[in-house]
Design a protein around this ligand. Structure first.
Ligand code: NAI
Ligand code: MG
Length: 359
């Protein structure tokens, strides 16, 4: 039988995106060789500020048709505020993908890696290892609302939260299944039903209903205020944390921040049914302050590659990539590490070392 080639659209974007993406690809190619996976990469210039300066838009008009044919999108970073305002570059690219490709899951692993010092005192690898699952399409980030009596004493603004049963249930289902696939089988729901008295009790109700289908998953819930405190005080309590769009936005920055450098954190925007391509991008941006120096940490991008392989059905290959990252970080030889990891190496030296460890 002929093997199916998985088509990956590669968009490096701006700044250090251009430097870390090749290292992500190097690691992916190493994993593809070892696990006999056929990956086919196609590179695109659009989705970058230089493309915008040339074409007056971030994406070509037929971007949806072009990218729909791919199995996944491997993105670096977008944004260069000196050339193009951030709201234009982000809204014109990433946010279009999230919306039109119905990437309703934003997934971020929060895992303390060996050799990285957590900003939380006395935490070691193993203490922090959980996922934040954020609802990515509705909730608090609706555009329903308005402004009246502008410029007068009666000036009034309103913006509504939208929760649909379909929208809430599908993110919960994803989170429960993720929890079920992990050894601890634990799910934590972020709520605020003591203060937000309509939508959040509804969210809690749907969590209870969904939990019935997953009797082997233990479930708890915290109000968002104490939950943020517990991320810092007791990160070891968590396994899979599911949250609405706004709460998830906050938790998905706080979680990775508890695990050290921004250079290693990955994220995925997922359309679980595979009707549209999912998008994999590091948490960090284009880092204009270090761009062009060849010192950006490529681990966030490489870890994204691992998440992408897992999404495409190659969990073993994804796990091997993460193990290779851990092995390199744990090694006594720090020479290849980038300066943010207190090393003297470069983006490329660290990328090559990880690719070699993948084998
Ligand atoms: P940033 O994440 O680009 O940089 C923040 C700080 O972290 C900088 O000091 C940078 O040098 C450092 N840093 C980031 N990634 C690193 C890496 N891989 N290795 C070592 N150090 C690293 O965030 P910032 O400066 O707020 O934004 C810069 C641009 O990136 C803006 O245009 C912003 O809109 C865009 N951005 C894009 C994102 C995306 O593509 N999803 C996400 C965040 C920001
Ligand atoms: Mg955020």
């Amino acid at each position: 039988a002929q093997k199916k080639a998985h088509k990956i659209a590669v968009i490096a974007g701006d700044g250090i995106g251009i430097e870390v993406v090749p290292e992500g690809l190097r690691a992916l190619e190493a994993a593809a060789r070892r696990f006999d996976i056929e990956l086919e990469f196609e590179h695109f210039e659009f989705g970058s500020c230089d493309y915008y300066l040339e074409h007056g838009k971030m994406l070509p008009d037929d971007w949806f048709e072009i990218l729909s044919g791919f199995d996944a999108i491997f993105y670096g970073a977008v944004g260069w505020p000196d050339k193009v305002p951030d709201h234009i570059s982000l809204w014109g690219s990433l946010l279009q993908f999230r919306r039109h490709f119905d990437q309703y899951i934003n997934l971020r692993p929060c895992r303390l890696m060996p050799g990285i010092k957590s900003p939380l005192a006395d935490r070691e690898p193993g203490d922090i290892d959980f996922y934040v699952v954020r609802e990515n399409t509705e909730g608090e980030y609706s555009s329903i609302g308005g402004k009246i009596f502008e410029g007068t004493e009666r000036e009034t603004v309103m913006q509504e939260t939208v929760m649909t049963r379909t929208g809430v249930d599908r993110v919960l289902k994803y989170a429960f299944e993720l929890a079920q696939s992990r050894p601890r089988r634990k799910l934590t729901s972020a709520t605020k039903s003591n203060g937000i008295s309509i939508t959040m009790p509804y969210w809690d109700e749907r969590v209870k209903a969904m939990a019935k289908g997953y009797p082997d998953v233990s479930v708890d819930q915290f109000h968002i205020d104490i939950l943020t405190a517990n991320f810092v005080l007791h990160p070891d309590w968590f396994d899979v944390v599911v949250a609405s769009n706004l709460f998830g936005d906050i938790l998905s920055d706080l979680g990775p921040a508890c695990t050290g450098t921004i250079g290693v954190a990955p994220s995925a925007n997922i359309n679980p049914e595979g009707e549209f391509p999912s998008l994999f991008e590091p948490v960090h941006g284009s880092a204009p302050d270090i761009a062009g120096k060849g010192i950006a940490n490529p681990i966030g991008q490489i870890w994204c590659g691992a998440m992408m392989l897992e999404h495409l059905g190659f969990k073993e290959a994804g796990d091997a990539m993460v193990s290779a990252i851990e092995k390199v970080l744990a090694s006594d030889d720090k020479s290849a590490l980038t300066p943010d990891l207190k090393g003297k190496g470069t983006t490329q030296s660290l990328g090559e070392k990880i690719a070699a460890a993948i084998g």
